[in-house]
Design a protein around this ligand. Structure first.
Ligand SMILES: C[S@@+](CC[C@H](N)C(=O)[O-])C[C@H]1O[C@@H](n2cnc3c(N)ncnc32)[C@H](O)[C@@H]1O
Length: 205
């Protein structure tokens, strides 16, 4: 395990697996799916001046967001150096090459969001990620992850201890008394514009 990190999941994403994922993640489903996904969420928020993605990989979601909101100020936190090289090519993007667990929020953004990232965090460190998301949000938090009513682990590409499903949004709603649920939805893989069977939850402070 890479001794730079305290959890095996961080080492996994910072190392070879994360490098290969970043090379292969060239947007198999194309940008339309991501744009349609965000447009469904943004109809509840209206325009946003700023947003931060936790675990942005090569920035495909950020690019989709910018298509919809050309003047939005964007930031990304990403642990993998190969992915971060791609993020550095995105004009005007504030990039933090860091584990979310080592990130100290210094400012807030209208929207703080994750997609497919909380599922890969060591379950006993989730509260630390929730706190950073909460502290980074001026108004909205969007969680787009694999939902399960109770915590479970499933195999991830032949690896154990790397993919966990649970009610992430419900845990945040319980943890922060000023957070309320605005809307939620499921994007089925047979949808004409699929999103890997994710369930999304939009919350507001
Ligand atoms: C499954 S990918 C999802 C990427 C992106 N959010 C998307 O929807 O296309 C998970 C990403 O989170 C990053 N990641 C995982 N754990 C992280 C951590 N502790 N801190 C920062 N980034 C992390 C990985 O390196 C990877 O880029």
């Amino acid at each position: 395990m890479n001794s730079e990190y305290n959890t095996e999941q961080e080492s996994f994403w910072a190392g070879d697996f994360g490098d290969e994922y970043s090379r292969r993640n060239v947007g198999i489903t194309g940008p339309a799916n991501k744009i349609i996904f965000f447009s469904n969420v943004l109809k509840h928020t209206g325009s946003l001046a700023s947003a931060i993605e936790f675990g942005a990989n090569i920035g495909l979601m950020l690019k989709a967001l910018r298509q919809l909101l050309p003047s939005v100020e964007l930031a990304a936190i990403e642990i993998n150096p190969t992915a971060t090289e791609q993020l550095a090519q995105i004009s005007g993007l504030e990039v933090h090459l860091s584990s979310i667990l080592d990130y100290t929020p210094k400012r807030t953004y209208d929207l703080a969001y994750t997609r497919g990232v909380l599922i890969h965090i060591a379950p006993d460190r989730l509260n630390d990620v929730y706190d950073r998301l909460y502290q980074s949000s001026r108004k909205y938090i969007l969680i787009a992850e694999y939902y399960n009513p109770v915590p479970i682990e499933v195999q991830y590409r032949g690896h154990t201890g790397k993919l966990f499903k649970r009610d992430f949004a419900g845990e945040m709603l319980d943890r922060y008394s000023d957070l309320t649920l605005v809307d939620y939805g499921f994007v089925y893989h047979r949808d004409p514009f699929p999103q890997d069977d994710i369930t999304w939850f939009l919350m507001v402070k």
